[in-house]
Design a protein around this ligand. Sequence first.
Ligand code: HPA
Length: 275
Amino acid sequence: MTYTFDQYKESADSIRRRIGAFCPKVAMILGSGLGFLGDVVEDPVCVSYRDIPHFKASTAPGHKGQLVFGTLEGRPVAVMQGRMHHYEGYSYEEVSYAVRVLRLLGCDTLIVTNAAGCVNTDWNVGELMLITDQIKIFMESPLRGENLPEFGVRFPDSSHLYTPALQDLARQSAGELGIDLKEGVYMYFPGPQYETPAEVRFARIAGADAVGMSTAPEVIVAGHCGMQVLGFTLCSNMAAGILDQPLSEQEVLDAAEACKEKFSRLVLACLKKLS
Ligand code: HPA
């Protein structure tokens, strides 16, 4: 299906009735491990995805399925606790639906985080990576179908999907906190099966440093509607075939839990620096 501009507007209007004059500037989509940041938002107004027209539920483990509006580090934010994934059965348009709604509500910046498999063999589990670019080939675009010019142009430029100035801000924040922040390219695979070792070798040759099942569709849509984007990956496991052991969801959740303190300090420091 193709959503109409009116449908996005209906969703935004319904949220607007709940949050009144509050105007979020930064939208945050938090993946495995960082959802708890939604719980520390000050003066929160929580809106369940179920109560927003046209929104889909988030069924992935550890994803609460609500939007939290309020302030974090003094910034007015909208935190998505739980995202939608293509592997849950949603189209890319559905996966990225919320981004456009948050844009209509006033957000001009998107911070995305995810857990992903580490493809770069110089790195280790637990590493944090600043996403400098992404690869989402072979898969359909969330922008497929009729273009909605209210959001952006038919053929958007993708030269700087991850905003260079925000990358600088992240490097600076990591330096100040003494956090070793790697940098690299995130490659999207739709899942839900983890990649094969051959796919991971392919990803490495293609220039990827991490592989994961989220983020790329939302970032394409954010770029299309003119949002600045800052993205981070937590390398929760070495990607398939690098170590002689099977991958498991538990490994990903354990790594996310172990790194959440470091990860959240970095994300909050970046948020604080956003003007
Ligand atoms: N591959 C894809 N997605 C992931 C992985 C992985 O190895 N780890 C966490 N999310």
